[in-house]
Design a protein around this ligand. Structure first.
Ligand code: SF4
Length: 339
């Protein structure tokens, strides 16, 4: 064989059917993950602001914009419906920089036919068949099962931390661009966890909302004797359901559709995992903040809403609010447990 051809790298703004990209022998790159793990993530946001992004636009959008301009990508898949109200303008600014855009959308009403058409359009665009994609799905399903085991070990066996749970599930969105290497990382972690003792945690919390922009949230919670045993959105990225087709898989995925299916999922997991309080993370200037009122109306548990803006560590005020919340939940639990 001669020199191997360059493998195309495809960026995206939220979870899309990555099975299609792997079937097309492309490298999927979740731009959120690249931004949030970037050593200069704070500078990326400032870079976007210097280019003219308004101050009152979400930090993720600015970070994704700046990181995309630094990456050598063949194309970016923009999820124009089912993710973020800012995506269209973000894509237009990237187009201005010469980035090629392919739009994908999740129908709000979860219409099967419309989603089928979107998946078909994406397969045609990347030149792959349903059979080839199906074979990749079977392969990735095995990794998804192992991720479900990591999730179960978090709340059932109590041997996985809230951050570790977040880390593995959030990375399911692009399997770090190389599913075989990611699979190995997952297996190595499962081996390591086998010999561990159960975390000595008193309080089981749920984390709801988009992944946090803070880098020390989970460790801070754990230092206070509580632990996140349910990461709602991250778990959805891992697609923890047994499905036979790609269409079924992306129809069961709750994140891009209405909040009511998310609420059903949250209620079920809260009960199953014996969760006693919820941390609802909202991002500054994000339209999803409005959903906080629906969550409070529909979920009968103590809820703490925290808001993040720039990629930094937790600020003092948020720390105090988390501390008081955990104290309050602890008090409630002790009252409940005492004879
Ligand atoms: S946090 Fe909200 S505004 Fe920001 S990218 Fe995500 S959905 Fe969009």
């Amino acid at each position: 064989m001669g020199t191997s051809a360059k493998v195309g790298r495809i960026g995206f703004t939220t979870t899309i059917p990555l099975e299609i990209l792997f079937a097309a022998r492309k490298i999927p790159i979740d731009l959120n993950n690249v931004f949030i793990t970037h050593p200069e993530k704070k500078a990326l946001v400032e870079e976007a602001e210097l280019e003219g992004f308004p101050r009152n636009i979400c930090g993720w959008i600015k970070g994704i914009y700046a990181v995309t301009t630094r990456l050598d990508l063949d194309e970016v898949i923009a999820v124009t419906q089912g993710d973020c109200s800012n995506t269209q303008a973000l894509m237009e600014t990237l187009q201005l920089k010469g980035v090629k855009i392919f739009p994908f959308s999740y129908p709000y009403d979860r219409d099967e036919e419309l989603l089928h058409l979107q998946i078909k359009k994406m397969m045609d665009h990347f030149g792959v068949t349903e059979a080839a994609t199906g074979r990749v799905k079977m392969r990735l399903d095995k990794t998804r099962e192992r991720l479900t085991l990591i999730d179960r070990l978090t709340w059932q066996a109590g041997t996985v931390s809230g951050f570790e749970n977040h880390y593995f599930l959030v990375n399911a969105s692009d399997m770090k661009g190389d599913f075989e290497a990611f699979e190995k990382e997952v297996e190595d972690f499962l081996k390591e966890v086998k010999g561990r003792d159960r975390f000595d945690t008193e309080i089981a919390l749920g984390y709801v909302g988009v992944p946090p922009i803070y880098d020390d949230l989970y460790s801070f919670i754990e230092a206070l004797g509580a632990r996140v045993v349910f990461n709602e959105t991250q778990r959805q990225f891992s697609m923890p359901y047994r499905t036979t087709t790609l269409l079924e898989q992306y129809l069961r995925y709750t994140y891009p559709y209405d909040i009511f299916s998310r609420l059903r999922d949250i209620r079920g997991e809260v009960q199953r995992r014996r969760i006693v309080g919820i941390i609802h993370y909202v991002q500054s200037f994000c339209f999803r903040q409005i959903e906080d009122l629906i969550l409070r109306y529909e979920i009968d548990l103590p809820i703490l809403t925290i808001e993040g803006d720039k990629p930094t560590s937790l600020d003092a005020r948020t720390k105090v609010r988390i501390e008081s919340f955990i104290e309050m939940v602890k008090g409630k639990q002790e009252g409940h447990d005492s004879p």
